[in-house]
Design a binder for this molecule. Structure first.
Ligand SMILES: Nc1ncnc2c1ncn2[C@@H]1O[C@H](COP(=O)(O)OP(=O)(O)OP(=O)(O)O)[C@@H](O)[C@H]1O
Length: 218
């Protein structure tokens, strides 16, 4: 698998057209960033890719071959939603085990967690929960990672470390990432799209983000 494309999307909620002119391409070894204002449809786009949201029309292709089954049913994709999704009573040890991720390597990188292996997920703070969710997603063996706001709730030291880990994980994966911490998205992305008025625009210079009214200034 080298190339993932999505286009021909038409998504409406009632009479509201959310997405209509989307095309984007993600490639193995590259991080694809998606920016856009609140409510423009970034989460919807990730959910369509994952397969849990069904738009009126869509075309998803991997290496030019249409994907007709929801991608989650193929076991090749991992989706990090905006909200906490890990069952509250699971211990960190089990969360890492179920995701096939090494806890010791995690605790080396984040020493605050050295003695928390037996903690339950519900015993963590909001930011600590997010750290666990993001880390186990990006280190999972899945080939396609869809990351919705991985940097929310995180103190700078954690989000910077995660940004590095995301960049390190891209080698053999498709990574599609969206976040309102746009500077981190600019830093980590190899290619960037902006969603505006239901359309996607390939961004080739940061000035375009001002021209398209995503930013007031650089
Ligand atoms: N289940 C739903 N029913 C009705 N409208 C919805 C539903 N889900 C999303 N929407 C609407 O679709 C639009 C796109 O929502 P979406 O969550 O994809 O935006 P977003 O770009 O991820 O926003 P944010 O950055 O604020 O998280 C919004 O106007 C939202 O109100």
């Amino acid at each position: 698998m080298k190339k993932l494309e999505i286009d021909n999307i038409e998504l409406n909620f009632g009479t509201k057209n959310v997405l209509q002119g989307i095309y984007f391409k993600a490639e193995v070894g590259k991080i694809t960033g998606i920016l856009g204002s609140n409510g423009c449809g970034k989460t919807s786009l990730l959910r369509i890719l994952f397969g849990e949201l069904k738009p009126k029309s869509k075309l998803i292709r991997i290496d030019s071959k249409p994907i007709l089954q929801p991608m989650y049913s193929k076991g090749i994709v991992k989706y990090l939603p905006q909200f906490h999704y890990i069952p509250k009573s699971l211990t960190l040890k089990n969360i890492f085990h179920f995701n096939d991720v090494d806890y010791a390597a995690f605790a080396d990188l984040f020493p605050d967690f050295k003695d928390k292996r037996h903690f339950k997920f519900k015993q963590l703070s909001g930011g600590e929960k997010r750290l666990i969710e993001v880390y186990t997603t990006i280190k999972s063996p899945s080939k396609i990672l869809l990351l919705d706001e991985p940097f929310s709730y995180l103190a700078p030291i954690y989000s910077e470390a995660l940004k590095e880990e995301i960049a390190r994980s891209k080698e053999d994966k498709f990574i599609i990432i969206t976040d309102h911490h746009y500077k981190k998205i600019l830093d980590v992305s190899d290619q960037l799209y902006l969603i505006k008025d239901g359309w996607s625009k390939l961004i080739t210079s940061n000035e375009q983000l001002v021209q398209y009214n995503y930013l007031y200034s650089l």
